[in-house]
Write a new protein. Structure first.
Length: 110
């Protein structure tokens, strides 16, 4: 496997794992386990950064004059990167919404 292909697979693997952490975080928040949800967000963010750094290295490589060959695999990797980033943002919002709903429900009950 060549360098670009390997980097693409590293991106896909890292951000795919991050997205899984984000989805699990939403499920934990839905169950009322907010500390666990926030821990999962942090784990997702850490592994997302691995994919982000690999992608940034490709951008720097191309910016320094080393033209990258167009590959559908790279497009897929970038698509997965953006998808995972969106999931992360939405997961944090879901956690906040679930906390707000629970807090307001508790306040109404008292």
């Amino acid at each position: 496997m060549e360098g670009l292909e390997l980097t693409c697979f590293q991106i896909i693997s890292a951000v795919g794992s991050a997205r899984s952490f984000y989805i699990e975080a939403i499920q934990e928040a839905k169950a009322g386990h907010y500390d666990s949800a926030k821990d999962l967000i942090q784990q997702g963010q850490a592994i997302f950064l691995e994919g982000h750094h690999a992608h940034a290295a490709l951008i720097q490589q191309e910016a320094s004059g080393d033209q990258l060959a167009f590959q559908l695999l790279l497009v897929h990797a970038e698509d997965q990167l953006m998808s995972a980033e969106s999931f992360g943002i939405l997961a944090e919002e879901f956690i906040s919404v679930y906390e707000t709903i629970e807090r307001r429900s508790y306040e109404k009950g008292n």
